[in-house]
Design a protein around this ligand. Sequence first.
Ligand code: SF4
Length: 458
Amino acid sequence: MTATPAPTPAPKASDLKASDLKASAPKISFVSLGCPKALVDSERILTHLRAEGYELARRHDGADVVIVNTCGFLDSAKAESLSAIGEAMAENGRVIVTGCMGAQPEEIREKYPDLLAVTGPQAYESVVAAVHEAVPPAHDPFLDLVPPQGIKLTPRHYAYLKISEGCSNRCSFCIIPSLRGNLVSRPAADVLREAEKLVKAGVKELLVVSQDTSAYGVDIRYSESPWQDRQVRAKFYDLTKELGELGAWVRLHYVYPYPHVDEVIPLMAEGKVLPYLDMPLQHASPAVLKRMRRPGNQERQLDRIRSWRQICPDLAIRSTFIVGFPGETEAEFEELLGWLQEAKLDRVGCFEYEPVAGATANALGDLVPPDVKAERKRRFMEAQNGIALRLQRAKVGKRMPIIVDAVEGGVAHGRSKADAPEIDGTVHAAFRRPVRVGDIVTVKIERAEAYDLYGSVA
Ligand code: SF4
């Protein structure tokens, strides 16, 4: 542990050697688990600590303290979080736990009673206070190592932009609102300032995240804040439009099919923001959606998607679905399959229902047996693979812009406008002229699989 420095007169910057500073800087090892929203929390904590002079350690055993940002969304995520805590305890022993699982400290404390602190999600100040107590900062006023855009855990060319915290919906399978509280939106100018800094620092793609992006601003009554020479309302459309002016790709995640989502489709058709919507629909049977207590106008989903495609034919829609929700009958599942065939979504993920402790859906009873859930997932993904393959094959022969995520051995691996990082497909393109990570290049598509595309840089 680093001792608190004795109060001596502040040295001049020129008197300090880099090795002196390094020797006195306390080190933090950080584990970030869970969704992009948790990643943004991690970035904020790290940015704060880095501003105070803490350094990042590559390994737990070389750190003064370890922070584990946990995910508690599903029981499998909780198990992964507990195992990460166990690893940190074994390798270091001085561990602070935060994040979604930190909202239920008893479960963690029972297993690891010697943790230094357990704090809940978004409790940045509590995490920072716990770190101060464990290893006081050796901040040097001459050394501000934090870039203006903060510390990013993502590659330099893309960044997640969190526009709100929490969620005011009460979907019956989800415990996020009880962990993270109701929706709290950031003022539009705050979000835009952060986005502008990121773009100035070289970020080419902004990934807008929250628990419910289309509900942005409802809690603050869409209040205005000053941005450049104008006032901008904290409203989904207004913020999206302004983000679209910054000159980066803007990708919208966690958008529910509320009627006002229609307004942003023309911005996509005009090329202001990416023609991409990540819209977790979870099911298509009105009866199941009612039991799930999902937000949005569920009855008109198909009509809405059709009208969006008329305005913006290139629109790529990504969604996730849950099969085997309590009480899901074979007929309701087939309704979902039929809907999927009609909707022809570009990207789809499917999860078997997991009874998360604390979710109100657990009281519904009538659980679907595990083998039936697995079988439905298999049938669902088989149907979707056929749809995705047909959509992907239609891209062969086309030229499209690709943002390059990695380069190895004469091949660039990147993503089209229809592919978000981590969750969607990859475009693999051979190149002859120099290509670097973060470049946006035009690729001619030559071959297609259900998820990935292959071609060459034009
Ligand atoms: S919209 Fe529903 S699933 Fe998403 S965070 Fe809110 S309550 Fe959970």
